[in-house]
Design a protein around this ligand. Structure first.
Ligand code: FES
Length: 112
């Protein structure tokens, strides 16, 4: 694959331009990902091609973005060591560490 596919809208007739926003680095499971300062963590992950953010408690089914407004909990991940963080309403900070969450995120094993 050549140049990385861009999944952000850089130019739009109504929205502010993204090209002037500072680029930062966050880490998804220790892998560096380029992000835009102040964007939602979920947005940065989606742009990097990541679709599975957590796994359900009982059946370990993957979940990702659903409502994107902080209501459904499908986007919850471990952010800077804090489990159950809604990544669709949490904003990127340079150096942030994001981990996929399994179940409740406190222990990687499922609670029955
Ligand atoms: S996608 Fe529903 S709370 Fe984030």
């Amino acid at each position: 694959m050549g140049e990385k596919e861009q999944r952000r809208i850089i130019e739009h007739p109504i929205l502010p331009e993204l090209k002037d926003i500072k680029k930062v680095t966050i880490y998804y499971d220790d892998k560096p990902i380029e992000a835009m300062e102040g964007e939602a963590v979920a947005s940065a992950l989606m742009n990097a091609g990541i679709r599975s953010f957590r796994k359900t408690v009982k059946t370990h089914e993957p979940r990702g973005i659903f409502c994107a407004i902080g209501r459904c909990t499908d986007c919850m991940m471990i952010v800077d060591g804090k489990p159950n963080t809604r990544t669709c309403v949490t904003y990127v900070v340079d150096g942030m560490r994001v981990q996929n969450q399994n179940g409740f995120g406190i222990d990687s094993e499922v609670v029955k």
